[in-house]
Design a protein around this ligand. Sequence first.
Ligand code: GDP
Ligand code: MN
Length: 396
Amino acid sequence: MNLHEYQSKEILANYGVNIQRGFLANDVQEAKDAAGKLKEMTGNDGWVVKAQVHAGGRGKGGGVKFSPTMEKLEENANNIIGMQLVTPQTSAEGKKVHSVLIAEDVYYPGESETKEFYVSILLDRAQGKNTVVYSTEGGMDIEQVAEETPHLIHKETIDPALGLQPFQARKIAFNLGLSGAAQKDFVKFITSLYNAYIGIDASLFEINPVLKTSDDRIIAVDAKVTLDGNSLYRHKDLAELRDKREEDPMDVEAGEAGLNFVKLDGNVACMVNGAGLAMATMDMIKLSGGNPANFLDVGGTADAARVKTAFDIILRDPNVEAILINIFGGIVRCDRVAQGIVDAYKEIGEFPVPLIVRLQGTNAEEAKKLIDEAGLPIHSVITLEEAANKVKEVVA
Ligand code: GDP
Ligand code: MN
């Protein structure tokens, strides 16, 4: 589950990580109020208006604007709130901006130069260990750095039994070229950051840029946090931070119905129980000359309501030319699934595409009988081979 920048920063701050401070604003008035509050805190004019959407590269798309005066702030907030933000990480149509973060300006001039670094923490699945990835070349072009000068990107692997060790924190600070007060502040920064990562069961932290200010403080200017969905049951407060507006409405609907759904761009939709069988079914569709229109695992209970929701979602896709249901009745009985299919079919009425149903396992014979006797134009088959042949026939 992804979080917004403002949510991510709030969590980091709770763990003692220094952040660029700011307030969320849903409209221009709130933006001006936020700027006023920040001025009371910092004593300075100068703010950044930052679009809150689940996509990186906002700066490049015009979703992050420095605003030196209150007039500029008003203008930028007015332009950004409600805009359709297109960045290198969104689709061509972009993402609607519902709110902005009004943040303090931290690039103020001073004794030393400001410097932008890249820091992320993630699970290295090959090693089974968390890893800190970092670079002196932070800022908006980290993808280019990774491609053209990969030697400038460093990794530090963390032993799960020991956590991030002080010598590792110092080594990272050293490799980033930090010394003196900035080095000390960075050690504190990265230590708190790692504690936060472990504390909230995150699967990714990406802080780009981490800024060394002109007075040698280290702060998170941007923050992208991805939580491990499997851990949300023990972080009820964090689960509430989910913003469904940022997700594909079809995915949200499927998730709420207990369906594991991934949209693909083929012509044969499938409805299967179990992820493994779903993968195998997609292979079979492909071998039969079709292309899977989706991955759909209906899970353990393929009752009428769930089957109906699955049909609703599948049939919304104009590319679908046929639907293949492939259910293995182990704990779930085939005849109950068949009844669910028949009920859902009747509720929907006229089916625009052929429906092939293969039910195998407990009470498969009864299931086939039930479907055949319902008098609906459903192709009921028992073996996978028959199913494959039927798919071949309808997509030919
Ligand atoms: P992203 O483009 O989605 O990664 O958004 P970021 O939060 O990383 O911001 C993009 C860029 O905006 C940063 O790399 C900075 O160059 C700039 N920026 C962010 N905060 C400030 C600020 O306080 N003052 C100024 N002048 N620029 C800022
Ligand atoms: Mn960034």
